[in-house]
Design a protein around this ligand. Sequence first.
Ligand SMILES: [Fe+2]
Length: 368
Amino acid sequence: MIAGDMSALSIPTVDLDDLRGDDEARARAAAAIREGFGAFGLVYVRNHGIDPALLDRYYDVFTQLTSRAEADKRRLARPDLWYQRGWTPPNTEQAVAAGGQPDFKECYFASPTAIDAELQAQYPEIYAENVWPTDIAGFEETYLALGAALHRAGSALLTGAAVALSLEADRFTRLIEGGPHITRALRYIPLNEAQVGGGILWGEEHTDFNLLTLLPGGRFIDPSGARCPPPDPESGLYLRTRATAADPAGRKVRGAAPAGCIVAQVGQQLEIVTGGTFLATPHVITAPKAPGYSRLSCAHFVHAHPHATLFPFTEFRNPETVRAYSPPVLAGTYDLKTLVDIALAPKTALDLLGYRHYDRLNHQRTVG
Ligand SMILES: [Fe+2]
C-alpha cells in the first residue's frame, strides 16, 4: 500500500511535461502517479494538451443535439450496438450498485481512434463505425478532435504509470494498442419540482470498467441555459478514495480539478493488471436540490486490447491478488459481460460466450 496524506486529501497533480523532462522531473511525475493512483485512484493532470476552446465547442455542438426533439435523437440510438455508438436515451444505463434504478442522463458515444476490420468482425458492437448527426456543423470534427487529444493525454499518463511501477515504459501503452477506446458526452437531465429530493439518480456510484478514464471537466447549466456554478454544495461529481483503517468508507472528494487541470481516474482493468496496487475509483454524480439545472460532462475511456488477459501482471501476482482477480478473462469478454451488467447490452449477449451450434447435432439426429 502506498502512503498518501489522507487527512489533507491533497490529490497529486501530474505535469505531463515532467514525463518528457530530466531524471528529476520524471521522478517527480512517477511519485505523483504512485500516490495518486495508489491512495486515491485518481490524479489531476497539468499540461495535458486539451484546448479549453475545443472543450467549449464540444459542449456547444452536443447541446445542439440534446436540445432536439426526442424523435430526432432516437434516430441516432443504436440498441443493436449496445449503445456503444450514437445516442443513449435517459433511463437506460444502470450502475451495478443502483439495484435496477437507471441513471437520469442522456449520452453520446463515439470512438476517436482507428477501427481495425478484423476486430470489428470479432466484436461488431464495440468496434462499430461511428454514427453522426449529419446536420450539426462541426459535430463530428469537434468530437473526434477532443477524443483524440484526451487519448494522447491518457497514453502519456500510462507511460508515466508504467515507469512509476518500475515496469517497462511501454507496458500499458502496448496493452491499450488497438483497444475499443471510446469518448462519451453526457448530459444529466434537469429535475422538475416534483422530482427534486425524490431519489432520482444522475449517476449512481460505480467504478469504470475500462483501464483509464480522462475527465476534461463538466459544467452546470442554469434554468436560463447559462453556465453556472454547482447549484448546491453536494451536486455534481464526487470521487471516493481508498478505504483505510482510519477511514473504512474512504473519503469523498469533489471531482473538480485545479484550474487548467483535468482528472484521470483508474478503471477496473488497471486495478486488475496491477493486482490492486492502483485502485479503481468509485464515483457518483449527485442530482441538485433545485429544479431546472442540468450538467454537461465528457469522459474518454481508454481500454485494454480485447485479446489482452485481465489478470495481475506477474510482478503483482501473489496468493492474495490471484484469489482477488481470478479467473483470468479476456478484456473483450469482460467488456461484454460488463455491458450486460449495466443494462446497455441485452442478457442474451452472454450466449455469445458459449458454444452456439448444438442445433447442428440436433439436426443430424432428426434427419439420420
Ligand atoms: Fe464513470
